[in-house]
Design a protein around this ligand. Structure first.
Ligand SMILES: Nc1ncnc2c1ncn2[C@@H]1O[C@H](COP(=O)(O)OP(=O)(O)O)[C@@H](O)[C@H]1O
Ligand SMILES: [Mg+2]
Length: 407
């Protein structure tokens, strides 16, 4: 940063679309710029959804490597069986399906930057390979004993408590110290007083612009207080998703605490997670919470089934029955003049009527919406969302990519 740190910070933030007045966030950004010209490895720590992925981009763009390759890898999404070959490459015939040779990310990113996201998910054997390349600049492809040289700057990120993973024998202590030469901590949104409202305004404007919505949504003063005091367990990702949903679905442009409450956003309460869309699970693990959740889910599934039945009847040319009250999502903008159903169950499942009437909502949209909601309910933990949706984690990952869901 030059002699005008505030102006420099402002222009950095606007270049990367970053909003916030929080001092700890600004310090994290300033550190990223400061360490960028060095080749020191950086470890970014912070909860899911706090904005960790912006940091490696800033580091790369402000380094001498900026014209070279930048590769971001999510270590948690690559199956254990193939991760070594994806990272380090393999020789032809290294394993049964290795028909040709493969360069691997460490080869491909030579001269550039490799961002290892969710580094805490790396298997121990891969951690050993990673440590070696960090210490010597050399690695070996799977199935080869010839060392290869690479010049890669490593930036890693994690939302797990690595010291704890070390205690449990899941993470190598030597690798941890090697990775966190520079440690950048991104604070959770609940610790950035006032930033949630600023971010809401930004996402409301962005969404209005993207979807040609004439008037962005705005918070009433009471709703601002709710947004400020809510704990945002899914952090900025959750706030962005909610703001986008409200921008598109809310009938009124003025968002009140009542509207927020329908989306599970309630004033600061004992509900630690804040996830109240279904049952308000608070991680206490009490039997009561689970029972409540199961009841609501069972009710929702029952209603969904009756809607599908009605949809079938409609498609078969039978008389159309109005969907039972209590299962609707707020009326989409495109359908604002229609009478609204009264929501009783806070589940964003469209009625069959809406599915048929609103040609913007197809089966793909529904699936995307269900995936999004499930991710929200499960704190953006793919494993839990996949279990809830009854699909494998890999399938969920592919769908997230296919639908362009930005977690
Ligand atoms: N301060 C911020 N201002 C604006 N958008 C942000 C900010 N921090 C995060 N975001 C957005 O929130 C979303 C989640 O951020 P991401 O970096 O993917 O989180 P993480 O990797 O920590 O889980 C992204 O769409 C990102 O652009
Ligand atoms: Mg991330």
């Amino acid at each position: 940063m030059s002699s005008e740190p505030n102006r420099d910070m402002q222009s950095l933030m606007s270049r990367y679309g970053i909003v916030g007045r929080n001092e700890a966030l600004r310090e994290a950004l300033a550190t990223a710029v400061l360490v960028a010209p060095t080749d020191l490895s950086v470890l970014i720590q912070g909860e899911s959804g706090v904005g960790k992925e912006i940091i490696p981009r800033i580091i790369h763009d402000h380094s001498k490597r900026k014209g070279k390759t930048y590769i971001a890898i999510n270590c948690g999404s690559i199956p254990e069986g193939t991760i070594d070959s994806e990272l380090f490459g393999h020789e032809k015939g290294a394993f049964t399906s290795a028909i040709g040779e493969h360069e691997g990310y460490f080869g491909a990113a030579d001269g550039g930057t490799l961002f290892l996201d969710e580094v805490g998910e790396l298997p121990l054997s891969t951690q050993a390979r990673l440590l070696r390349v960090l210490e010597t600049g050399e690695y070996m492809r799977v199935g080869s004993s010839t060392p290869r040289k690479t010049n890669v700057r490593i930036v890693a990120a994690t939302n797990v408590d690595i010291p704890n993973a070390i205690k449990q024998g899941r993470f190598r202590e030597d690798l941890y110290y090697r990775l966190c030469t520079i440690n950048i901590k991104i604070p959770p949104l609940r610790k950035r007083q006032g930033d949630a409202v600023l971010l809401f305004k930004k996402f409301a404007l962005d969404t209005a612009e993207r979807y040609n919505i004439p008037e962005p949504i705005r918070l009433t003063p009471e709703a601002e207080a709710v947004v400020n005091s809510y704990k945002w367990p899914g952090n900025i990702r959750q706030l962005r998703n909610i703001t986008e949903q409200l921008s598109i679905l809310s009938e009124s442009r003025s968002i009140t605490p009542e509207v927020l409450a329908k989306h599970g956003i309630t004033p600061n309460s004992d509900d630690d997670t804040g996830i109240a869309t279904i049952g308000g699970s608070n991680n206490s693990g009490s039997q009561h919470d689970y029972e409540q959740e199961i009841k609501i889910l069972a009710h929702a599934v029952f209603e969904l089934r009756s809607e599908v039945q009605e949809l079938k009847e409609k498609l078969q040319g039978n008389n159309w029955h109005k969907a039972p009250a209590g299962t609707t999502l707020p009326v989409p903008l495109s359908a604002q003049k229609k009478p609204q159903h009264s929501p009783a169950v806070d589940l964003d499942i469209p009625t069959a009527e809406e599915i048929v009437d609103d040609d913007t909502l197809n089966i793909g949209d529904m699936e995307k919406r269900n995936i999004l909601l499930s991710l929200q309910r499960n704190h953006y933990k793919r494993k839990l969302a996949a279990e809830e949706l009854g699909i494998s984690e890999r399938t969920l990952y592919r769908k997230i990519k296919a639908y362009g869901i930005d977690e």
